[in-house]
Design a protein around this ligand. Structure first.
Ligand SMILES: Cc1cc2nc3c(=O)[nH]c(=O)nc-3n(C[C@H](O)[C@H](O)[C@H](O)COP(=O)(O)OP(=O)(O)OC[C@H]3O[C@@H](n4cnc5c(N)ncnc54)[C@H](O)[C@@H]3O)c2cc1C
Length: 425
């Protein structure tokens, strides 16, 4: 895949894309379709490594929900991403995959997957098409910023090379899973240029809480199925945490805390609360299909000679892990008090102390702030430089929203770069 790089390549309507994830590849495709010579550089020996990893557990390309609901998944960045996602939405992404010979289907949750659930065939077909379109790939080239002449600096083996470009698209990814290439080392390079950045933080991540040795040994790795949860807000004394709805799902107990889809969905709020208050409390409903009144009524029916565990299991249908969690988190007095126990089953507070490290997260929040980008889509601090993908300051839950925004912003950055090239003609 690597092609020899010359020293100081001259520029003539030439675009350089740095980063060969979905955002960078989409930018390269969009520009090369318009006849622009594209050279794509990546620090790793091959492109799309995180994309391939995303395909391992079933490649969730996008989500099928209506776009007005889809947009809400980007929280406070929704307005900033609106134009990109309106121009390349969930259906456009499915059509694009179909164009590469990869059919997709909508799963029961509304998530969209390739029919074979894999990323590799899609990436293979895509790279083939990109090469046919004339995109040149330069692997093992780490971008180091710019030299005094404004050329891009790359290190390749022991050599440093300079590359001139009319437009530069940076699609360097976020800060998680550094071994796949996106290590966030571009942050200081852009900070030096005066680009406004938000710190990279874990998103869609696990959280830490110390379990007792018994609980950890017996239950780490086990899934907590059919629960609901919300982040307990620190309301003034006496006020209820009522306005936030509980979200149903499942998660996994880990040796150091919790992780999994339900936790990821709440991770931004949990993380932000830990950042501001030092800890956060996840409130769990262990029996989301039973009302609080029903749970209290069942508990009041009396357990006779049965042990509490066996009573909770047979009368309420709580499984071993849920019962163990009650024993782990409640005092003896709370377990013995029917009202307190009923309340805990429906609203069990699980304190969390820290996020797991950024490198383990599915994605990262933070990066290049939208305020650092002008109305033409260019960095205000550096002319003819555009950014795309996860390195921009947005976050979203899992469900295909991450990849969709990466593809869409890759396309948007390329179209902005094209305008820039055309206006310079
Ligand atoms: C385990 C896991 C599962 C996931 N599953 C899904 C999923 O099912 N659905 C979904 O929507 N999202 C999923 N994601 C998230 C998704 O994969 C990422 O959001 C997406 O890959 C980001 O795309 P990107 O192009 O912005 O960056 P990346 O894919 O991270 O690519 C960035 C590229 O830039 C290169 N690079 C970085 N710095 C330099 C440098 N200085 N010089 C040269 N090159 C550099 C890197 O080598 C890399 O190739 C998953 C992520 C993980 C970790």
């Amino acid at each position: 895949m690597t092609q020899p790089s010359s020293f100081s390549v001259p520029a003539s309507r030439r675009a350089v894309v740095v980063g060969g994830g979905p955002a960078g590849l989409m930018a390269a495709e969009t520009l090369s379709q318009q006849g622009i010579q594209v050279d794509l550089y990546d620090a790793m020996p091959s492109v799309g490594r995180k994309f391939l990893l995303a395909g391992k557990g079933g490649m969730n390309l996008t989500h099928s929900e209506p776009m007005d609901r889809f947009m809400t998944r980007y929280g406070k960045a929704a307005d900033n991403l609106h134009a990109a996602l309106a121009a390349f939405d969930n259906q456009a992404l499915r059509d694009w995959a179909q164009g590469l010979g990869v059919a997709t289907f909508i799963g029961s949750s509304g998530r969209v997957f390739p029919t074979d659930m894999k990323a590799a065939p899609l990436l293979r077909a895509w790279l083939h098409r990109l090469r046919e379109q004339g995109v040149r790939f330069h692997m093992r080239h780490r971008w180091l910023g710019w030299d005094a002449q404004g050329h891009c600096r790359f290190v390749h083996g022991d050599a440093e090379i300079q590359v001139a470009a009319d437009v530069l698209i940076l699609a360097l990814g976020g800060g998680s899973w550094a071994r796949l290439g996106s290590d966030g080392s571009w942050m200081p390079l852009l900070a030096q240029q005066g680009v406004a950045l938000s710190p990279l933080l874990p998103s869609n991540c696990g959280f830490e809480r110390p379990w007792t040795p018994f609980f950890q040994e017996k239950f780490a790795g086990q899934p907590l199925l059919t629960v609901a949860a919300r982040v307990q807000r620190s309301e003034p004394e006496g006020e209820q945490n009522s306005e936030q709805p509980m979200r149903q799902g499942q998660f996994v107990i880990t040796a150091s805390g919790v992780e999994g889809s339900l936790i990821y969905a709440l991770s931004a709020a949990l993380r932000d609360q830990i950042l501001t208050q030092g800890s956060a409390v996840l409130e769990l409903d262990l029996l989301p299909d039973k009302s609080a009144e029903r749970v209290l009524h069942e508990l009041q029916s009396g357990r006779g000679a049965r042990s509490l565990s066996s009573f909770l299991q047979t009368r309420l249908g709580l499984d071993k892990l849920k019962i163990a969690l009650l024993y782990e988190l409640l005092s003896k007095a709370q377990l013995a008090d029917t009202n307190a126990l009923a309340q805990a089953i429906k609203q069990l507070p699980l304190p969390l102390l820290a996020t797991r490290p950024l490198d383990e997260a599915i994605s990262s929040a933070g990066g290049v702030r939208f305020s650092a980008i002008d109305e033409c889509g260019m960095l205000t601090a550096r002319a003819a430089v555009f950014c795309a993908g996860e390195m921009l300051d947005w976050e979203a839950p899992t469900g295909g929203y991450l990849l969709t925004a990466c593809f869409a912003t890759g396309k948007q950055a390329a179209l902005a770069a094209l305008d820039c090239l055309n206006s310079a003609k």
